[in-house]
Design a protein around this ligand. Structure first.
Ligand code: PLP
Length: 384
């Protein structure tokens, strides 16, 4: 049995009309895919970000899988990804036969180190997949310039970064494709969900087909064909409209949610800065040209022992804090592709030192004060 934590790491919350909209989806007698609320969510993101086309999907993972289909990834193709990411950033492409080519991360933003990308390119490179870690933009000018020179598509894994910006441009609008997550832990959620953002118009028609099990059902519903049939590869990537109803309520309140998360992030940053400095702890770095999405607040402890001791210390106070990605190049699968410990040293030591503090929309001032007091009662270099 899990202990009953006083402060959870994450809690989903209602922000307004979620339950009303679910009831409305039922009243509209359309709770399967591509109903009213799916269209509303897509239109909201298209307008807010000025993206030509948004397709809601069942997860970010599935939007990544769609991207692999859209790029026609073939066995033996290579994709350049950071090792410090979620498994499906790469597994979506490995599933089509690709070999992962892992880049290390920058020690400041923990994003892909753009200076490593060019030397990883080979004649088989088919995609570069930057991940905007914690919703702080990767160095997209440099990445896009290399990609343009070698004519390699860029897919932004923007699972964390909806409404974040890089040099005044929304994350998710910079690559030819981008993927979003609406998983329970994200700023906006419907439990499980995602979206594919299509910036390069050539991919729209095929993306609609892939998402509809390889059929031209979308064209049929638009009256462009008189029956729909099997025309391509694909799978079932369309979420139920009942989930889109929940999500739409969250997206409609995006400015309220972001303001709340900005507040929480800034309280952590302000209250913990002196303590962090005194204990040689690194706090998140957001370059001046990036507006982050306030997805998470993390700390980098001096060592694995310190990180584990802080997790245990917080647990003893009823606070759940967690670590994050394990280096993909050191995993069982990574090793099968020939990667080994030492290949991405910054990823390896970052993964051991990182801790994420409780962060969710309904975290109260009392919760924050409780967590901050508990954190400040901890000193590095002494195990609990
Ligand atoms: C960077 C990144 N990409 C992709 C995903 C997968 O998202 P989903 O759970 O919506 O498939 C995650 C999950 O947290 C993630 O952190």
């Amino acid at each position: 049995m899990l202990p009953n934590f006083t402060v959870d790491f994450n809690r989903p919350s209602l922000v307004g009309k979620e339950m009303d909209y679910i009831a409305e989806a039922l009243e509209r007698a359309h709770i399967s895919g591509d109903g009213y609320f799916t269209r509303q969510c897509q239109a909201l993101i298209e307008e807010a970000l000025e993206v030509p086309k948004v397709l809601l999907t069942t997860s970010c993972t599935h939007a990544l899988e769609m991207s692999a289909f859209l790029l026609d990834i073939q066995p033996g193709d290579e994709v350049i990804v950071p090792s410090f990411t979620f498994v499906t950033t790469v597994n979506a492409f490995v599933g089509r036969g690709a070999c992962p080519v892992f880049a290390d991360i920058r020690p400041d933003t923990l994003n892909i180190d753009e200076t490593q990308i060019e030397r990883l390119i080979t004649p088989r490179t088919r995609a570069i997949i930057p991940v905007h870690y914690a919703g702080v933009g990767c160095e997209m000018d440099a990445i896009l310039e290399i990609a343009r020179r070698y004519a390699i598509p860029v897919i932004e894994d923007n699972a964390h970064g909806l409404f974040g910006k890089y040099r005044g441009r929304y994350l998710g609008t910079l690559g030819c494709l981008a993927t979003q997550s609406f998983h329970e832990t994200k700023n906006f959620t419907c439990g499980e969900g995602g979206a594919l953002l299509i910036n390069d118009l050539q991919y729209i028609e095929r993306a609609e087909i892939l998402r509809e099990k390889g059929t031209d059902r979308s064209r049929f519903f638009r009256g462009q064909v008189d029956k729909y049939s099997w025309v391509d590869l694909g799978s079932s990537y369309v979420p139920a409209d009942i989930l889109a109803a929940f999500l739409y309520a969250q997206l409609e309140a995006w400015e309220v949610i972001q303001a709340k998360r900005k507040y929480i992030w800034e309280v952590y940053a302000d209250c913990l800065s002196d303590w962090a400095e005194n204990n040689c702890i690194q706090t998140p770095y957001v370059p001046a040209h990036c507006e982050q999405s306030y997805h998470m607040f993390y700390l980098l402890l001096p060592s694995l022992a310190d990180r584990q001791a802080l997790i245990a210390h917080l647990k003893s106070r009823g606070i759940l804090s967690v670590f994050h990605y394990l280096p993909l190049h050191c995993s069982e699968m990574g090793k099968r592709f020939g990667w080994k410990e030492g290949d991405c040293p910054v990823t390896e030591e970052t993964s051991e030192r990182l801790i994420r503090l409780p962060f969710y929309n309904t975290l109260t001032d009392t919760d924050l004060e409780y967590v901050i007091t508990a954190v400040k009662d901890f000193c590095t270099g002494q195990k609990e």
